[in-house]
Design a protein around this ligand. Structure first.
Ligand SMILES: [Zn+2]
Ligand SMILES: [Zn+2]
Length: 635
């Protein structure tokens, strides 16, 4: 079944059940100045979910195009995209859980033909703090669904340290608010009085691929390793927060969203969403234009395919490349596209030749795409011309920079150049000249490139990234450079180190700052004198012991004063709200470390030591008066 057929079946299925099919909202929100793009199916419907009357009634269905600029750098694997379609159906105070979960099941197993044996469901575990009960009703409805396929589905509470998939009957998983709660302000405890929220219930498809232990010891439906794909989420907007507690809403809503591309991948039983019918023709065209194979050039082709899909819809919705807001995002998308295509050897008319295919794929179901066809192609052609001119200017700069760099030897009266990572970085950073082009240029001119150019280039690149992040966010979020597995491992390690430092130097030390990249953690703390090598050795030993013990890592929302009373560590000068997230490493009763922190962390300390890695302190120095700075790595 094609993605187009899935979209059609979905809309028809709900239309037959009294839903009005509404047109998609544009990617640029019309009357919401707070956000640049429509990033989810529910976003345009929020006013109606909050009580405003919808002109088309209280049962609605649509397929909403969505764009998430923040995911741009993640595109390249088999499942991340910036652009996607979200199938959605809504009950505005009309039907509820019983109908919704039965319909999802029927639609997915009977209409889309998904194998019930590969399906899993998740429900909300409840929240003690605010008194929201466990969503047993949804779990029971899922059990009844599975029963129809002769599956006796067991319901279990998710626990990070347990191999819950070992029992094949475990099909329905309870998770906490991090996974199964919706409100505009996140977890129940973070919600303001008067805000609506509620539990949600997701459906997952098991692609059966191997679990990747970088994401935790054991796999489970919400694991990010790629084995499970989330293909639908029913939000039950059931409560309103009043006086810190939750009251049931008299007429609760249902808000369902399912990613069309992911559902299509599940229907194909192939986790690569770039092989679905709405994307494969783009990839085919790229193979044709580049004379290269997708299998050998997945990353580049995925970036080009995703970015141009997004670009087409942004342009259809009236965005024009510029240096501001939405226009800047479109410009960035197109420039990235051209750069990646350059790697594939596609040197001209890329946008037009590929955008054409994309427009063909959508113009029947979205007439506005057909209407805007020529305008979109013109915009793309102009932007591509401008950028290719920039690239040519870059070539001239290459020339000049080469002369200026002065890095050459006179050999038999001839200048022999040798360039390194700093030279390549400068061209990239200052003139926007792509690295691949610089290398290509060096190669064709017979210029030597130093052996370790890559190390230098990457170091400068990561420094640059840190500078720009620091500039744009104002500071590091929790001191983390990103959420890569390396950074997350070092983050948990930093918590271990903080506690170990307290064990060795005394409880009086206080964290004064931290900064974690994929390569190392840097930690500042108050202490009046130099820490000796013996003391550092002791800290190393303690941390490595905790890694070997494979302690569980867990977190809980707690009232801020309670958390401090129970001895949780915080960072000096940090301001905390009424409640905080507290991360515990080790046993809940006798933890090794308790720290106020936003996460993320590994689920088990053993993950840190994978591949025989050991914690090592590489440097100890003064940072300012009375503050010491430690740098440490995993090696
Ligand atoms: Zn997994
Ligand atoms: Zn932390």
């Amino acid at each position: 079944m094609t993605a187009e057929e899935i979209r059609k079946k979905y809309l028809e299925y709900f239309e037959a059940r009294g839903h009005k099919v509404i047109p998609r909202a544009q990617l640029v929100p019309q009357d919401d100045p707070t956000t640049l793009f429509t990033g989810s199916g529910m976003q345009p419907l929020v006013p109606y979910l909050l009580g405003q009357k919808h002109p088309d009634g209280n049962r609605l269905v649509d397929s909403q195009t969505c764009f998430r600029a923040e995911d741009m750098d993640e595109v390249g694997d088999n499942r991340h995209t910036t652009f996607f379609e979200m199938l959605g159906n809504w009950s505005l105070g009309d039907y509820y859980k019983k109908e919704q979960l039965a319909w999802v099941w029927e639609l997915y197993t009977k209409q889309f033909g998904l194998d019930p044996n590969r399906l899993y469901a998740t429900c909300f575990i409840g929240d003690e703090l605010t008194g929201v009960p466990k969503d047993t009703e949804s779990a029971e409805l899922w059990q009844a669904n599975f029963k129809q396929a002769d599956i006796d589905a067991k319901v279990v509470d998710f626990e990070p340290g347990k191999d819950l998939l070992a029992d094949k009957d475990n099909r329905i998983f309870y998770y906490d608010a991090g996974s199964n709660w919706w409100s505009r302000e996140g977890a129940p405890v973070n919600m303001r009085d008067g805000e609506p929220g509620g539990p949600d219930s997701e459906i997952f498809y098991d692609f059966g691929t191997k679990h990747n232990p970088d994401f935790g010891k054991f796999c489970h439906p919400n694991c990010d390793c790629g084995r499970f794909g989330e293909i639908g989420n029913s939000v039950f907007m059931a409560y309103r927060k009043t006086g810190g507690k939750f009251e049931p809403l008299p007429k609760p809503n249902v808000d369902f969203g399912g990613g069309l591309e992911r559902i299509s991948a599940a229907v194909n039983n192939d986790s690569d969403i770039f092989k679905i019918s709405l994307i494969k023709p783009i990839v085919d065209r790229l193979e044709e234009l580049s004379h290269k194979k997708y299998d050998a050039h997945k990353q580049s082709m995925r970036v080009v395919a995703d970015h141009l899909r997004a670009g087409v819809f942004l342009a259809v919705d009236g965005v024009v490349p510029s240096n501001k807001q939405q226009g800047y995002v479109l410009r960035r998308l197109l420039r990235r596209t051209i750069r990646y295509a350059f790697e594939l050897g596609i040197e001209q008319d890329l946008c037009e030749k590929v955008a054409d295919i994309i427009i063909d794929l959508y113009q029947t179901d979205f007439p506005e795409v057909a209407e805007q066809k020529q305008a979109v192609l013109d915009v793309f052609a102009r932007e591509e011309r401008i950028f290719r001119q920039t690239l040519r200017n870059g070539l001239r700069e290459f020339e000049k920079a080469l002369e200026l760099s002065g890095v050459f030897e006179e050999i038999e009266g001839k200048k022999e150049y040798k360039i390194g990572g700093d030279f390549l970085f400068k061209l990239y950073d200052t003139y926007g000249f792509p690295l691949e082009l610089s290398l290509e240029e060096a190669y064709t001119r017979g210029i030597n490139v130093s052996q370790d150019w890559q190390t230098d280039f990457e170091r400068l690149m990561s420094e640059q990234r840190q500078r720009s992040q620091t500039a744009s966010v104002g500071m590091f979020k929790g001191g983390l450079a990103d959420h890569s597995p390396e950074v997350v491992k070092l983050h948990t390690t930093t918590h271990l180190m903080y506690q170990a430092l307290k064990n060795v130097l005394g409880d009086g030390i206080v964290q004064r700052g931290s900064n974690i990249t994929a390569e190392r953690t840097r930690f500042d703390f108050s202490y009046p004198e130099k820490v000796t090598r013996e003391q550092l050795d002791e800290v190393e030993k303690i941390v490595n012991e905790q890694i070997e013990k494979d302690l569980p890592v867990s977190w809980k929302e707690e009232k801020t004063n309670e958390a401090f009373k129970k001895g949780a560590s915080g960072a000096f000068g940090d301001k905390y709200g009424d409640s905080v997230k507290v991360y515990t490493i080790g046993d809940q009763d006798k933890p090794f470390s308790r720290e106020i922190c936003g996460g993320p962390h590994v689920e088990h300390t053993g993950v840190i030591g994978e591949g025989g890695k050991k914690f090592k302190i590489t440097k100890e120095e003064a940072s300012s008066a009375g503050v010491r700075r430690i740098k440490a790595i995993l090696e």
